[in-house]
Design a protein around this ligand. Structure first.
Ligand SMILES: NC(=O)c1ccc[n+]([C@@H]2O[C@H](COP(=O)([O-])OP(=O)(O)OC[C@H]3O[C@@H](n4cnc5c(N)ncnc54)[C@H](O)[C@@H]3O)[C@@H](O)[C@H]2O)c1
Length: 479
């Protein structure tokens, strides 16, 4: 492949680690830096701290050859031509992005620069961060001609991160100088030329040699805004369809049909029109808030985003009320929960609507038995095992003797349950599905009381005509 470039990636989390593995996969030398020494040790020994498809294969392929791990940022900076900052940018108390990790890393990089380097923002950051990094580096005495700061926002999705990186929809490079733009273009050349897709063992995905990802060169400010605006728009789409779902629920229409009809419009597209329990994760909530703050700072009222956030909060509450509508009272009720991560395919529980709902149920005195294929370990740290909280090894153990089963994220496994087995595992055959994984008619035919989001019969009412017949509990006489 094209000429290898030495890079350092600071922050070995969901973005940094995936970027490191993928840059190595396309032939570059990568030093992956993290200040969490235990994480570095785990990575060196072959452990992988996050759940992500293809990541183990790529790291095994390149560890010790094209990827190495260290806690020594100074040495990594000296060895690299480009240094990517991929540390967290969490939400501050005020709602804006907390850039203290970026600031700390920029200062430390500056103290080690002794030849020309490109510092690249990979973290999601507000507009002007680029300028701030430049200022911090200059304040540390680095001459202006010894570095550039560029922006290369990351659009990967957890759960499909490796494929998203290697088969990107687009690669955005915000660069202020020809020199930095050229180096970043060279870095991605194996992808943008299509060369990577014809190599043996290339990770499969939607791109091909004849259809490589396009590269978009912009100003640094535009690149920063592109990332925030993209996430804000995706979150808006989710909140929008959730409100439409609530209208459908009241009117007796099916939001799945409605979403299909909307999504067939090529101007709109079908993605992110899945009604559910609201968005979560480490990006959308904080990025919507941060973008709203950016707008405020520059004197623009982005009230739409306030509404998006409000709808999202209300959606979780609405789902909680739906559970109440099915169970009447909560204290002592046993509830099976499928899904703890903020979505299927990941172990990330940050801002997970599932955990929010579980916590509310625990506060109401429910006893929970929860299952998630990848997020149990992280969930245990937040909600430890106790008299009210247990973790199950599979969906049926979670459902065992439960008064109801909740589906809170969309792992494929949850859409393929053995319904006959489930029917007799539950104490009452009540399934409350926050991700619309099943067909309501099929569930009713299988003997379930099935409540979902935005579909006819999606919630229980006290109207005697509309109230579902509640079958006798399992084990009791069926006269
Ligand atoms: N997670 C996603 O899906 C995603 C997608 C696109 C963009 N982003 C953005 O990328 C950035 C990183 O997100 P993430 O999910 O990978 O975060 P993360 O929390 O998983 O990883 C951040 C890593 O940075 C390390 N770190 C913090 N300070 C450090 C320092 N001073 N020196 C070295 N390492 C340090 C932490 O130990 C941690 O391992 C954020 O700005 C996020 O918004 C995330």
């Amino acid at each position: 492949m094209s000429q290898p470039i030495s890079i350092a990636i600071v922050g070995s989390g969901y973005v940094g680690l995936v970027a490191a593995a993928c840059f190595a996969e396309i032939g570059h030398h990568v030093i992956c830096v993290d200040n969490d020494e235990a994480k570095v040790q785990t990575l060196r020994e072959g452990g992988i701290p996050i759940h992500e498809d293809y990541l183990p294969e790529l790291l095994n392929r390149h560890r010790g050859k094209l990827v190495e791990f260290t806690a020594d940022l100074r040495a990594a900076t000296k060895a690299a031509q480009a240094i990517f900052i991929a540390v967290g940018t969490p939400q501050s108390r005020a709602g804006s992005a907390d850039l203290s990790y970026v600031d700390a890393v920029a200062s430390e990089i500056a103290r080690s620069i002794d030849s020309y380097k490109i510092i690249v923002e990979k973290s999601t950051v507000p507009v002007y961060t680029n300028e701030w990094i430049r200022r911090v580096v200059e304040r540390n005495g680095v001459p202006r001609d010894l570095f550039d700061v560029a922006s290369n926002p990351e659009f990967l999705r957890e759960g499909t991160a490796v494929v998203d990186f290697l088969h990107a929809d687009r690669i955005v490079i915000g660069a202020a100088t020809e020199r930095s733009a050229e180096l970043l273009k060279r870095l991605y050349l194996p992808l943008t030329s299509g060369e990577y897709y014809r190599t043996a063992n290339a990770v499969p995905g939607p791109r091909a040699q004849a259809d490589p990802p396009p590269i978009l060169l912009t100003s640094t400010k535009a690149a920063e805004i592109i990332k925030h605006a993209s996430n804000a728009l995706l979150a808006t789409k989710i909140s929008f369809i959730n409100v439409v779902a609530n209208i459908c629920e009241a009117a007796g229409a099916d939001v799945e049909e409605v979403a299909r009809g909307i999504g067939m419009d090529s101007r709109i597209g079908p993605k992110f029109l899945r009604a559910g329990v609201g968005y979560g994760g480490s990006c959308f909530p904080k990025d919507v808030a941060a973008f709203r703050h950016v707008a405020e700072q520059v004197g623009v009222d982005f009230g739409l985003l306030r509404e998006v956030e409000k709808i999202n909060e209300e959606q979780k509450l609405r789902f909680f009320q739906k559970i109440r509508s099915a169970l009447w009272t909560f204290r002592g009720k046993r509830i099976g929960v499928l899904g703890l991560a903020f979505k299927g395919g990941t172990d990330d529980i940050r801002e997970s609507p599932a955990l929010d709902i579980v916590q509310r149920l625990l506060n109401e005195g429910c006893v929970i038995s929860a299952y998630d294929p990848a997020a149990e370990e992280r969930s245990r740290e937040v909600i430890p095992v106790g008299p009210q909280m247990q973790y199950a090894k599979d969906p049926y153990e979670a459902a065992q003797d439960a008064d109801a089963l909740l589906i809170l994220n969309d792992w494929q496994e949850f859409a393929e349950l053995d319904l006959a087995r489930l029917r007799y595992t539950l104490r009452y055959p009540i399934v409350i599905d926050g991700r619309n994984l099943y067909d309501p008619t099929g569930m009713t035919e299988n003997g379930f009381i099935y409540l979902s989001v935005g579909r006819p019969g999606s919630s229980q009412t006290l109207d005697p005509v509309a109230t579902h017949y509640l079958p006798p509990p399992r084990g009791r006489a069926k006269a």
